[in-house]
Design a protein around this ligand. Sequence first.
Ligand code: ADP
Length: 437
Amino acid sequence: MTRAVFRSSFLIGGIALLLAAILFFSLQYRQTLDETYLALQQEAVYAEHGLLIGGQEYLESLGEINRVTWITRDGDVLFDSQYALPIANQMHCPEVTAAVSSGEGQGIRRSESSGTETMYYALVCDDGTILRLSRPLDAFRQALQTVSPILWVLLLVLLIAALLSFRTARRIVKPINELDLDDLSASPYPELSPLVSRIHEQKETILEQRTEQERLRREFSANVSHELKTPLTSISGFAELMSTDGFPQEKVKEFSQDIYRESQRMITLVDDIIRLSRLDEGGVQLRSEPVDLFSLAADTLDSLRSVAEKQNITLELSGGSAEIFGVWQLLSEAVYNLCDNAIKYNKPGGTVRVSVSEDEKSCILRVEDTGIGIPAEHQGRVFERFYRVDKSHSKAIGGTGLGLSIVKHVAQYHRAGLELESIPGEGTAISMIFPKA
Ligand code: ADP
């Protein structure tokens, strides 16, 4: 930041000084031109008088500074102070043409004879001849010479400005670097106060979130241990009983089935925990691809058909193809959990209706059942881990309490919204709303 502040303040100073130097220089250049013109004009008037009194001899006596050319009205050269005659007719020269038509003429051009940039001034004398004075134009060098002391001063000013802007930049940035984000009143500049309080708020939020995450993590571990311990205790109890002497042979099958059921519950639970922690890590290494929600729902219902038939539940699918971009495996797990719940918490002879639709903004998958419903006070919590409305009922039908949290995570992963509508005793409908963009 120091460097950025320094760079911009130095740049502004540098540009200002450069502009000042250009301005000085162009003013000086203009002034040198004007001065040269005035000098030529003045000297031409003197030369005219001298010519009238002293004739060509006077012209010959003139100094070396200016070149003097005496020309007839037709452009023929009568005398030139620098070149011996004959010299070509000068009628083509703009200053001579201008003098013939208006009495005097001037111009700046490259001299044909010397090849240098030259200023010319031509004046018509009383006898009709033309006197032309010219001087090599060295205005650029002269202006540079005049301005060069100022340029050195400007350069010095630039160096001092660089030093000062570096110190200023450091002085501005230092308090920002030493800012105490815990002390809201310590903001060094009033303009920074909103930023400091925003950072402070964010810090507080992060701390709160971290505490909340830690609490959830501990609660989750406690729940997992508890959920695993229950079937393990049963399995251990059944096994212990079966190993006692005199255990009735006819009970072996029943106890083995109990052990099998409890182990299956554990496997389901461990599977759900693995799925959830994979989603928690956020870095699910699964490939996103176009997924048609309608065919995914059809596959899911097919896999649940035999379970539904056992409970005499009708499965219905309506709507049409709706394609989203997502992870097929995760979406399939979520839809499976929704349909599985709709069967599990249904009433014998009930119906599960899955519909897939789309509008211009979203694709919607809705799973609706005619089951026991969820009381209003539980509706906000059923997506929490291990939350069940009726714990013993859920356990009795093989629930882990993790199905809807998996649905919630999958929805979040796909930036989808979840909507739950339920009337106890009448049924439940859960919709996943996938944004099209
Ligand atoms: P579980 O494995 O217990 O079904 P879930 O996370 O899938 O766990 O669901 C949490 C709780 O929400 C369930 O225990 C049940 O009480 C309630 N629930 C979920 N789906 C339905 C539904 N379709 N109808 C009625 N209650 C439901």
